[in-house]
Design a binder for this molecule. Structure first.
Ligand code: IMP
Length: 213
């Protein structure tokens, strides 16, 4: 299978996507020079829109090559879908009362989520992670793939693995938070692993992909 460039600077996502690619023998390399490219504005209303914005934008820097990007986050029905597409900037958004362009730290976001959870009864702590992977070439999206996983959000963090909201994301199937899982076990259950498997099935079939330079 041919090479794909990965466009993400989030170390947690990179670790998980690279592990998933290795597991399925997909050649996934970090996009050359990624850190020196100014990021695009993630101003989509959905995970899918933001994944496409990133994949299309970065693919223009490597003509003829395929670029994979993803957008993901946490969503609680009892918080009307929040943090949603603002998962990375949730603390800043709650503080400023409007959408922020600056990401908050994981610790700040977790503290902001705990404060919201503490106002809700425990039976309203259900939430899900969503991940959309987009593959693009020459500024055009070739395909998008969505993965999901349901869990419960806790107010007391547990575990030191994963990233983001993982210490609060309790997965009843295993009786552990995602931060208590090694990377390969998180892949088997996570939204990102789910999206990557769907991407892989499609990519392996391959017939519908345009020719490369
Ligand atoms: P993005 O970089 O705009 O896609 O923001 C993703 C944000 O969603 C991350 O910064 C985390 O806050 C959250 N998130 C997405 N996936 C995960 C996960 O697997 N574990 C924990 N937090 C996640």
């Amino acid at each position: 299978m041919s090479r794909i460039y990965l466009a993400s600077t989030n170390p947690g996502k990179l670790r998980e996507l690279q592990e998933a690619a290795q597991h399925l023998a997909v050649e996934l390399e970090l996009l050359p020079g990624l850190k020196s490219i100014p990021p695009p504005a993630e101003d989509g209303q959905t995970f899918e829109e933001n994944a496409c914005i990133k994949a299309e934008y970065y693919s223009r820097f490597v003509p003829g090559e395929r670029v994979l990007a993803e957008d993901s986050g946490l969503s609680l029905e009892s918080l009307h879908g929040a943090p949603g597409v603002y998962s990375a900037r949730y603390a800043a958004m709650l503080k400023d009362g409007k959408a922020s362009n600056t990401n908050s730290s994981d610790a700040e976001n977790n503290a902001a989520l705990i404060a919201q959870l503490e106002r809700l009864p425990e039976e309203k702590h259900a939430g899900k992670y969503i991940c959309v992977i987009a593959l693009a070439q020459d500024g055009k999206t070739l395909g998008t793939f969505q993965g999901k996983v349901a869990g419960e959000l806790r107010t007391i963090p547990r575990g030191s693995g994963g990233f983001g909201y993982d210490p609060l994301f309790y997965f009843p199937g295993l009786g552990k938070t995602f931060a208590e899982l090694p990377v390969e076990e998180k892949r088997r259950h996570s939204h990102r692993g789910d999206a990557f498997r769907k991407f892989f099935e499609w990519y392996r079939a391959g017939a519908h992909l345009p020719a490369r330079d």
